[in-house]
Design a binder for this molecule. Structure first.
Ligand code: SF4
Length: 380
C-alpha cells in the first residue's frame, strides 16, 4: 500500500533536493563504498573550477577584515562576490585564497572551520536515506578519479566528524520518489530495483544492467494510463525491474539525448568542442574504469537524489557514450589515440557538467525520458 500524504511532503523535498544541513538530523549508519580511495593530492583543481561557492554568514564574518582577506583583495580585486543568492568566493580566475603551493589559505591561516561548507565537504557527496547515510565522492576530484589515497572504507570517523560539524547532505525520503512525470514510489520499491540492478551487474556488468533497468522501468511507465493532471500520484504498481534491452531503441534515446545536449552550451575546455565528431558510429566506452564510475554512481544514490528515476536512468545509460565521444575528442585534440588522461578529462567534464554539478540540464534528461516513453507507447 502506498501512503499519499507523506509522499507529497517528501516529493517536495526530493524535487527541490539540493543540500540540507544535517545539524538536527540523525545521520544514522554510514555506508562506505568498498572500492574507492581518496586522499587529497593538493592539485588545486577544484579551486579553479569556476563554481559558485556559497559563503555562509558565520564564514563571511570570520573572513571579513582578516589580514588574509585584505591580501586577497589587494591581489585579486575582491575576495567575495555578491550574487542574488548571497555572497560567493571570487573564483576568477581561481579562488583568491588558493596559495602558490596549491593549499587552501583559509585552512592554513584561519582554520578548517572557517572554510565555506562546500569546501569542507568536497569531494564527499553524502546522501541521507531511510537506511542511513551513503558516502559517495565527486569524480571531479583528481584523487578520486585516479583512486589515489586511503580506501574510503577506513575514513568513517572523519566523515562522521564532518557530519557532526553540521555539513550538508542530500536527503532521500522514505516515500515520494519520482519515477517519471508525476508518478512517485517508495524508497523500499526503489531499493528492490537497485538490488536487482546490482544482481544483474554481477552477471552482465553495470553498463548493461543499467540499460536493462532503463528498459524495464520505461516499458512499465509506458503501460500506465496517462494522468489527466500533473498532481503527484502513487505509481499504480511496484517497479518490476530489469528487462532485456532493445539496442535500436537505446540508440534512438542516446541520439535524442545528444541532440538535446547539443542545444546547450557544453564545455569548450581546451577547445575540445570543435573536435567532437558525430554520435553515429560512437560505441559506448566499456572499460573497467567506466564500470567503476557507474557502480559508484548507483552506490551514491545518483538515481534518486534528484528527480526523476527514469530520467536519471537515461543519463546513466548515456554516460558511456558521452565518455567515448569526449575521450576521443580530447585525444583528437592532442593528436593521438585515446589515452588515460583523455579519459580522465572526459570523466571530469561528465561529472562536472552532466551528473552531479549539472547546470540546468535536468529538464533535458526528463525530456529524454518522455521521448523514450512516447517511443514505447507508439512504436514506429
Ligand atoms: S581536486 Fe581533489 S585532490 Fe585536487 S585539491 Fe581538490 S580535493 Fe584535493
Amino acid at each position: 500500500m502506498y501512503v499519499t500524504r507523506p509522499a507529497e511532503r517528501n516529493l517536495r523535498r526530493t524535487a527541490t533536493i539540493g543540500l540540507e544541513p544535517l545539524t538536527n538530523m540523525d545521520s544514522g549508519s554510514l555506508h562506505l563504498p568498498a572500492e574507492q580511495n581518496y586522499d587529497c593530492v593538493q592539485c588545486g583543481r577544484s579551486c579553479k573550477a569556476g563554481w559558485d561557492i556559497a559563503v555562509e554568514e558565520p564564514v563571511r564574518r570570520q573572513l571579513e577584515g582578516h589580514p588574509l582577506t585584505l591580501r586577497v583583495i589587494q591581489q585579486h580585486g575582491a575576495a567575495l562576490v555578491e550574487k542574488k543568492t548571497g555572497p560567493v568566493l571570487n573564483m576568477t580566475p581561481a579562488c583568491g585564497y588558493l596559495e602558490p603551493d596549491l593549499l587552501c589559505g583559509i585552512h592554513r591561516h584561519i582554520g578548517v572551520e572557517a572554510k565555506p561548507n562546500i569546501c569542507r565537504l568536497f569531494p564527499y557527496i553524502l546522501s541521507s536515506t531511510p537506511e542511513g547515510t551513503y558516502v559517495g565522492v565527486s569524480y571531479s576530484c583528481t584523487a578520486v578519479r585516479q583512486n589515489s589515497g586511503r580506501p574510503l572504507s577506513v575514513q568513517g570517523e572523519e566523515i562522521a566528524a564532518l557530519l557532526k560539524s553540521g555539513t550538508t547532505v542530500n536527503v532521500v525520503g522514505e516515500d515520494g520518489l519520482l519515477v517519471h512525470a508525476s508518478w512517485f514510489t517508495q524508497w523500499s520499491d526503489y531499493r528492490n530495483l537497485e538490488n536487482q540492478i546490482w544482481r544483474r551487474a554481477e552477471l552482465v556488468g553495470m553498463q548493461a544492467a543499467l540499460a536493462e533497468a532503463l528498459t524495464g522501468v520505461a516499458r512499465q511507465v509506458a503501460g500506465w494510463a496517462r494522468p489527466r493532471n500533473t498532481s503527484p500520484r502513487p505509481a499504480p504498481e511496484e517497479l518490476t525491474g530489469c528487462l532485456p534491452a532493445a539496442p535500436e531503441l537505446l540508440a534512438r534515446v542516446r541520439g535524442e539525448m545528444w541532440a538535446q545536449l547539443s542545444e546547450h552550451s557544453l564545455p569548450e575546455l581546451e577547445g575540445v568542442g570543435a573536435t567532437l565528431g558525430a554520435l553515429e558510429g560512437v560505441e559506448p566506452l566499456d572499460t573497467p574504469e567506466v564500470e567503476k564510475y557507474l557502480r559508484h554512481l548507483v552506490f551514491r544514490k545518483q538515481l534518486v537524489i534528484h528527480p526523476t528515476l527514469l530520467s536519471n536512468l537515461c543519463l546513466l545509460d548515456f554516460l558511456p557514450t558521452f565518455l567515448a565521444l569526449y575521450g576521443q575528442g580530447f585525444a583528437r585534440l592532442r593528436g593521438r589515440v585515446m589515452q588515460d588522461q583523455d579519459y580522465w578529462d572526459a570523466l571530469d567534464v561528465a561529472e562536472k557538467f552532466l551528473v552531479y554539478h549539472c547546470r540546468g540540464l535536468r529538464p533535458v534528461y526528463q525530456r529524454c525520458a518522455r521521448f523514450l516513453v512516447e517511443q514505447l507507447r507508439s512504436p514506429v
